[in-house]
Design a protein around this ligand. Structure first.
Ligand SMILES: Cc1cc2nc3c(=O)[nH]c(=O)nc-3n(C[C@H](O)[C@H](O)[C@H](O)COP(=O)(O)OP(=O)(O)OC[C@H]3O[C@@H](n4cnc5c(N)ncnc54)[C@H](O)[C@@H]3O)c2cc1C
Length: 302
């Protein structure tokens, strides 16, 4: 395997890093190294890479802005593909419709829409991820979700073949969608409605302020740890079960929002995972409700 990795390094040069620490690439600032960390230069190079790694059966993960991902301390035996700025283009393609690269940040898409007087994309201004992550997670807030503005998605399958799916060919649900996990999202078309810069600016500000009031900022977190339950919001279940003061080492729960778990400085992923499991167990004991994870935890368990 090591020989294969060295050969890949030779072929892909500066775009491929061996044993790259993943803590730099996620909001928790946590996680060990990836055997291979690949940031493709362009689509052709990406296809070349996918074709190469399928011959060596390497486990592959995709990373966006890392705002919903917790990576284990032992890192990843396999390859992590992160699309960078080369995949973050945003362009106007029709009236009220934009085409955006998967690595474009949600916030930038919202602002581009504002500049072009396109409404319905205001909510993207308060989600700290990329478009690839937002589609995978069907991200949203305050009554809007990305699936409502999506027209189509372009992906690469594991064979490196490009496919396009129309919105109605994908099943979207609360914090997820039916796109196969092995499909790498390349870009998407998003359609809004005619509005004005002024009105969009006001809505964006309103949503951002609402967030500031209810959620902590400038902390190392993955946002909501658990999905809300039909009966009750996850933060309420955690608080009502008396778990909001739980901590393990530097793994803590935000005082402002009890569904935001935090690396308060020197936590390890194992501390956060222990805290997550402890809270899940306690909530189940107190309420009979089995909390489901919203964040994704990846990497090898020791
Ligand atoms: C402070 C804070 C506030 C948040 N508020 C909200 C909120 O209001 N609403 C909400 O829904 N979420 C919220 N989140 C969670 C998070 O921002 C969203 O889930 C976001 O859409 C994840 O995007 P990302 O690029 O960071 O994804 P990542 O964490 O990098 O990845 C998430 C998932 O998407 C997959 N993925 C990423 N890119 C691609 C791609 N190109 N192709 C295929 N798969 C891909 C990954 O493999 C992974 O499974 C919040 C997080 C934080 C830290």
């Amino acid at each position: 395997m090591n020989i294969m990795i060295e050969q890949l390094k030779e072929q892909f040069g500066k775009n491929l890093i061996i044993k790259e620490k993943l803590s730099k690439y996620n909001w928790f600032n946590l996680g060990g190294p990836a055997d291979i960390f690949f940031r493709p230069e362009n689509k052709d190079q990406l296809i070349e890479f996918l074709n190469k790694i399928k011959t060596i059966n390497l486990k592959t993960y995709f990373l966006g802005a890392g705002s919903n991902t917790l990576i284990r301390d032992s890192g990843i035996k396999g390859a992590v593909i992160k699309l960078g700025s080369k995949f973050s283009q945003i362009k106007l393609i029709a009236q009220n419709e934009v085409e955006v690269g998967a690595a474009a940040l949600d916030r930038n898409v919202s602002n581009f829409a504002k500049e072009n007087n396109i409404g319905d994309m205001e909510f993207l201004s308060c989600i700290p991820g990329s478009i690839g992550g937002a589609i995978t997670m069907n991200s949203g807030c305050y009554g809007s979700e990305i699936s409502e503005i999506l027209s189509s998605v372009k992906v690469l399958d594991p064979q490196g073949k490009e496919k396009e799916f129309k919105r109605n060919e994908i099943n979207f649900f609360y914090r997820g969608c039916s796109l196969p996990k092995e499909y790498l999202i390349l870009s998407a078309k998003l359609k809004g409605t005619k509005s004005s810069k002024e009105r969009i600016g006001i809505i964006q500000e309103e949503l951002i302020n609402r967030k500031k009031l209810s959620q902590p900022s400038r902390i190392k977190t993955g946002g909501s740890t658990f999905k809300n339950h039909k009966q009750k919001k996850a933060w309420e279940l955690i608080k009502d079960s008396g778990c909001d003061k739980f901590f393990i080492g530097d793994a803590k729960i935000s005082e402002k929002h009890s569904n935001f778990f935090i690396n308060n400085g020197n936590a390890k992923t194992s501390d956060l995972e222990k805290l997550i499991n402890k809270v899940k167990k306690e909530v189940y004991k107190k309420t009979g409700i089995n909390l489901e994870l919203e964040i994704s935890i990846i990497g090898d368990e020791k």
